[in-house]
Design a binder for this molecule. Structure first.
Ligand code: URA
Length: 211
């Protein structure tokens, strides 16, 4: 048992009503203070009979407004990489480690703030429920927050990027970067190679699912 992993070991109970029920319950979530400033909860989306769950960090500004995961710039970037890897987004379940947008205000702008350990741990209740209900063959952790949410501190993106490792919830996880990080790095030296590496990791996911 990976004691410090965030995804709760006792996650079965509340998953019993399925995704629709969890989505409804999560809309009233008060497990951490992030609900106060966010517009709405952004629950995971995708088919129920799914082989892979892609886990991001938290909804961004656009996702918070629209109520769907990965529909802003990072989502579009991810879509392009999935397409290049020959993967249909409609075959994936996309979700986040934290289901509310955390931000600070700067004038009229809302600037993304990284969720803290406590927020990730509280929200693991929902992520654990999604995994328990969907029983995918593979999890893909996009970035440090998702990696921590699924694996605790046993693994990191820096040390384990591209590896498929065992998890506490019985579903292996492929560790990779967050598309936002690649998006931020665009135009810098090495950015194209980083993107190509990410696409190669998505192809690895595809091969794993086919095997
Ligand atoms: N970044 C994430 O981690 N998740 C989203 O849904 C959008 C951007």
């Amino acid at each position: 048992m990976l004691k410090n992993a965030s995804v709760a070991p006792a996650f079965q109970e509340h998953a019993e009503g399925g995704i629709a029920r969890m989505r409804e319950d999560a809309a009233a979530c008060r497990r951490c203070p992030l609900y106060r400033d966010a517009t709405q909860v952004v629950f995971g989306e995708g088919p129920e009979r799914v082989k892979v769950l892609l886990v991001g960090e938290q909804p961004g500004d656009r996702e918070d407004q629209l109520g769907h995961p990965f529909v802003g710039p990072a989502g579009r970037f991810l879509d392009g990489c999935l397409e290049e890897a020959g993967i249909d987004r409609a075959d994936c379940y996309l979700t986040n480690a934290v289901k509310h947008f955390k931000f600070k205000r700067l004038g009229k702008r809302r600037i993304h703030e990284k969720p803290n350990t406590g927020e990730v741990r509280q929200c693991a209740w929902w992520l654990g429920g999604e995994i328990a209900w969907l029983k995918p063959k593979l999890l893909v952790t996009l970035g440090a927050t998702a990696t921590f949410a699924i694996l605790g501190k046993r693994h990191s993106v820096m040390a384990d990027r591209g590896r498929i490792v065992d998890t506490q919830v019985g579903v292996p996880a492929l560790i990779t970067v967050h598309p936002s990080a690649l998006l931020r790095g665009r135009g810098r030296p090495g950015a194209e190679q980083e993107r190509a590496r990410f696409v190669a990791e998505l192809r690895k996911m595809k091969r794993f699912l086919k095997a």
